[in-house]
Design a protein around this ligand. Structure first.
Ligand SMILES: Cc1cc2nc3c(=O)[nH]c(=O)nc-3n(C[C@H](O)[C@H](O)[C@H](O)COP(=O)(O)OP(=O)(O)OC[C@H]3O[C@@H](n4cnc5c(N)ncnc54)[C@H](O)[C@@H]3O)c2cc1C
Length: 393
């Protein structure tokens, strides 16, 4: 593919209201590193072989990328515009690394930085920032997805410890995690949003079993069932206080939506660039297929949608960076960007014909990976509910 496409993305003029010269330089360095270490062949292999991109994660750690948005005191650097600027470029090259980063740093690292006792922060965050310890986030269960607060995994006090029993589903990166931040019902008498606590459960705990689940896409970062069978965890591992975990959780969800929207924009731009390159190259009826208006108008619509999604993602990131509330804007960005990614990947396959459908090209992977983003991080229906609620006077 034309390498100029990636450098055009790095230096987009429409991001000037959001990013300074250092942030553009940072995007450039992320792009250079990933052009070298996340080749299309490597990314394809990891997906096909369901193989964790260990080498790439090591490179990301060496670059200091696992510190982005963490507090400086624990080896962190930068804010949420840095995060959006970074994730867009990472996802352009590989959704796998972007997803792994998001679960580790943005979700669990972010929750620990805000709510964990100092001992946990001091132990875990510096290791995370250096890529020496990994984390996963376990909220969903078979019976509780969108209605996550109806979770039934329970924690019963036993002396200085809690005993956890239950099963979590769809937990991304659980195989690599050293700790799993787990949402547990600790007070069954309380209303459903009350009586939930967050435990940082060491992966080596006795009674914990992790089983990968086969999915349509996203194979490089396995999504797992996590079974807690009498897992004993000291009460010191509670994050954010006993019974008040739900309130703490909701504060990290906006951040996740913004991260996911930036990732969708990067992934969708990669899909457009592949379709664009192909449409220029591919000849039928004696001309490049981009010269058929039916194809070029598809490309025009794809780019216009992605440009709009990008502005929504950066608008939400700027609000978050400035400490403004951004529940609605982050939901808008998440559902618009993920719907856009799905649409762009679908049209991308159409533009590439049988080659788009073939495992040889990345377009089919975009098609499979884009779909995940309409489901996790709160389904797009739930995001629309949030936006709709704000419109009710
Ligand atoms: C690849 C992948 C990775 C994931 N990683 C993690 C992870 O790391 N940790 C974790 O805890 N979870 C993870 N999840 C789970 C994810 O968060 C849930 O799948 C998601 O919250 C939706 O829950 P559900 O699948 O049970 O769907 P359900 O909640 O059963 O929803 C089914 C359908 O009903 C709709 N629906 C439900 N309620 C409403 C409503 N009130 N209004 C309108 N429509 C509604 C939904 O939009 C959806 O279309 C992951 C999921 C996937 C696919």
């Amino acid at each position: 593919m034309n390498p100029e496409y990636a450098s055009n993305l790095v230096n987009r003029r429409d991001l000037k209201p959001y990013l300074n010269a250092d942030q553009f330089e940072f995007r450039d360095s992320v792009n250079r590193v990933l052009t070298r270490h996340a080749s299309p062949e490597y990314v394809r292999q990891c997906d096909e072989e369901k193989r964790f991109p260990e080498e790439l994660v090591k490179v990301a750690a060496e670059q200091g990328w696992f510190g982005i948005t963490l507090p400086e005191a624990y080896g962190g650097v930068g804010g949420y515009l840095d995060m959006a600027a970074y994730l867009e470029i990472v996802a352009y090259h590989t959704i796998a690394l972007a997803r792994f980063w998001n679960a580790n740093v943005n979700m669990v690292g972010g929750a620990l930085a805000r709510f964990a006792p100092d001992d946990i922060k001091g132990e875990v965050l510096p290791k995370l920032a250096e890529g020496r310890a990994f984390l996963a986030f376990a909220l969903s269960e078979n019976g509780s997805g969108s209605d996550a607060a109806s979770l039934t995994t329970r924690g019963v006090a036993d002396g200085n410890d809690f005993i956890l029993d239950g099963t979590k589903m769809w937990i991304s990166g659980a195989l690599q995690a050293d700790y799993i931040l787990t949402a547990v019902r600790t007070n069954p008498e309380a209303k459903k949003h009350d009586g939930i606590s967050l435990f940082l459960v060491p992966k080596e705990s006795r009674g914990l079993t992790i089983n990968p689940i086969d999915l349509l896409g996203g194979h490089a970062i396995r999504t797992c069932e996590v079974v807690y069978d009498g897992v004993r965890v000291p009460k010191e591992m509670i994050v954010g206080g006993l019974h008040v975990g739900w309130k703490k959780l909701t504060t990290v969800l906006s951040k996740e939506r913004i991260a996911l929207s930036a990732m969708c924009v990067g992934g969708a731009q990669a899909a457009i660039d592949l379709a664009r390159w192909y449409a220029n190259d591919r000849k039928q009826f004696g001309q490049s297929i981009i010269d058929f208006q039916a194809v070029s108008h598809l490309l025009a619509d794809m780019q216009t949608r992605v440009d709009a999604a990008r502005l929504m993602a950066f608008r939400a990131a700027k609000l978050l960076d400035e400490g403004e509330s951004c529940d609605v804007e982050s939901s808008q960005a998440k559902y618009f960007a993920s719907d856009t990614y799905v649409q762009v990947a679908t049209d991308g396959i159409q533009i590439m014909g049988a080659n788009g459908y073939s495992a040889e090209y990345a377009m089919q992977r975009h098609y499979r990976e884009a779909k995940m983003f309409q489901i996790f991080g709160g389904t797009n229906q739930i995001q629309r509910n949030i936006v709709a609620r704000a419109l009710k006077s």
